[in-house]
Design a protein around this ligand. Structure first.
Ligand code: FAD
Length: 460
């Protein structure tokens, strides 16, 4: 008699939902389980558009229980607090319970994301106004609570009839910028008057995407009346006052901390190898260092400098890209056969920011482009991703897949390609995004075309 092996996935992150969907197994041989502290996973790429009121919240959610049921995984709603890799055990609490449960595994995978990295001196206000219950400090992660926290602020600000609502977003990476623009778009509809500020410790906004994108984002913030404090580390966020290094001080009713990712504290205590920042150190096979039967993916990992310090950055695109390698390798390790795949993170990726008003700013190859087509393209990519994890049962009981890909490659000249990417938004109003997407795709695979197009842009 053979005993069933147990595959245990901890966390419903971007890599694990792909494992659930694509892992092929017989329930006779393997018992598959996913444990997550929430029954839904939020797709962060869509959240700024949700906050701006462009799409419903529901569209950004993946419901884990039906997804698991459809693919023969058992879903457990619980918060993992400890892992014992020597004895192959995971400890967790059921929701709102302090009773600890234990699970045994044969093969484990961890995709639990990250928490918000704090700025120097942040403390929840010791005193909130008894009438308004403001100010509020909101952290971007856990991302599941972000929309609720912002809705709560909006309700409190409305009830208090604030003459001028004062919001500050601290951190001007992609998430911070998208949130500032989304909040401006949302709050100007619901509140009388709003001042939105964004603070960056770097000397540009979205510094990771280069100067051209920084300039495009700064121009958009200026156009929308968002006040920028650039090159200014935050010294403290206390009792309704933000203090910057240059001595600037301003008050706020809501401070959104969007300062990037930090590792969960409990992960450091698992006995698995972590780096100095607390990220789980993995091999290129996504196996945790020193443990062939423990894998990890997404924000919570570090490749231990294999691809350069702090590369890849903490972005959902890498968690997404790791999914197929993770699925393949889990399959091989559980089947005791075959070669494991190695993951190589892509050097750069197409970044598409929603500006909260139905337009977007995109970045690739150091270029920045903007317009309604950018948002339409973003929405298309995001929708197509989400569609893969919506469980809809076909008439014959089969689980049906999402939409088809967009075909075609641009065959015009580099100058025509540049004109398409950079032409004024108005010209693109009635356009779709297919032509621009085909230009971007050709830039990815045709080096001469890309170089020539970049030269065309520099000379304009
Ligand atoms: C506002 C915002 C916008 C963003 N936009 C983008 C974007 O457009 N593009 C992009 O590439 N990146 C974006 N990011 C970054 C992106 O959100 C993360 O890099 C990505 O979510 C990481 O995916 P992950 O799979 O590692 O973890 P997550 O998606 O965070 O998933 C972690 C999962 O683990 C579960 N979990 C956590 N702790 C436990 C526990 N103790 N026990 C059990 N379960 C647990 C969680 O509930 C969740 O299901 C954005 C971030 C923010 C804050």
């Amino acid at each position: 008699m053979t005993t069933r092996k147990i595959l245990l996935l901890v966390g419903g992150g971007h890599s694990h939902i792909q494992v659930v969907k694509n892992f092929t197994h017989s329930t006779h041989d393997t018992q598959c389980m996913l444990i997550s502290n929430s029954p839904v996973a939020v797709y962060s790429g869509m959240l700024p558009a949700v906050i701006a009121g462009l799409i419903p919240y529901e569209d950004s959610l993946v419901h884990l229980q039906p997804l698991c049921e459809a693919h023969n995984f058992h879903f457990i709603h619980g918060t993992v607090t400890q892992i014992d890799p020597q004895n192959k055990r995971v400890y967790f609490n059921a929701p709102q319970s302090s009773i600890q449960f234990t699970l045994h595994y044969d093969v484990l995978s961890i995709d639990v994301g990250s928490r918000t990295r704090d700025v120097n001196d942040v403390s929840q206000p010791t005193m909130t106004n008894a009438k308004t219950q403001l100010p509020l400090i909101v952290r971007t992660r856990p991302i599941l609570h972000l929309e609720d926290s912002i809705s709560e602020y909006e309700s409190l600000a409305k009830e208090a009839s604030l003459p001028c609502a004062r919001v500050v977003v601290i951190g001007a990476g992609a998430a911070g910028v998208e949130l500032a623009l989304a909040l401006e778009a949302r709050l100007k509809r619901s509140l009388d008057e709003t001042v939105v500020r964004i603070v960056s410790q770097h000397d540009t906004l979205v510094s990771q995407f280069g100067r051209m994108s920084g300039a495009a984002v700064a121009a958009e913030c200026r156009r929308r009346g968002i006040q920028m404090h650039i090159g200014q580390p935050v010294i403290s966020v206390k009792d309704g006052v933000v203090r910057l290094k240059d001595g600037t001080e301003f008050t706020y009713d809501m401070a959104v901390i969007a300062t990037g990712a930090a590792a969960h504290d409990w992960v450091r205590r698992t006995g698995l190898v972590t780096d100095e920042d607390g990220w789980l150190v993995v091999e290129r096979t996504l196996q945790c260092k020193g443990f062939a039967d423990v894998f990890a993916a997404g924000d919570c990992i570090s490749f231990g400098g294999a691809f350069g310090k702090q590369f890849p950055p903490k972005a959902g695109v890498y968690a997404v890209r790791e999914g197929p390698t993770l699925t393949h390798n889990l399959q091989k390790v559980l089947g005791n056969r075959g070669t494991l795949m190695e993951f190589t993170p892509q050097a750069s990726f197409l970044s598409l920011l929603s500006t909260g008003d139905g337009r977007g700013i995109g970045t690739k190859h150091g270029l920045a482009f903007k317009g309604t087509w950018v948002y339409r393209l973003k929405n298309f990519i995001d929708e197509r991703w989400q569609e893969r994890f919506r469980v809809s049962w076909g008439t014959d009981g089969r689980v049906e897949d999402g939409q088809e890909d967009v075909d075609g490659q641009f065959d015009g000249t580099a100058a025509e390609g540049a004109a398409l990417l950079l032409c004024s938004e108005d010209l693109n109003q009635s356009d779709s995004f297919e032509k621009q997407l085909s230009v971007l795709r050709r830039m990815d695979c045709d080096d001469d075309f890309r170089e020539e197009l970049l030269k065309c842009v520099q000379s304009t």
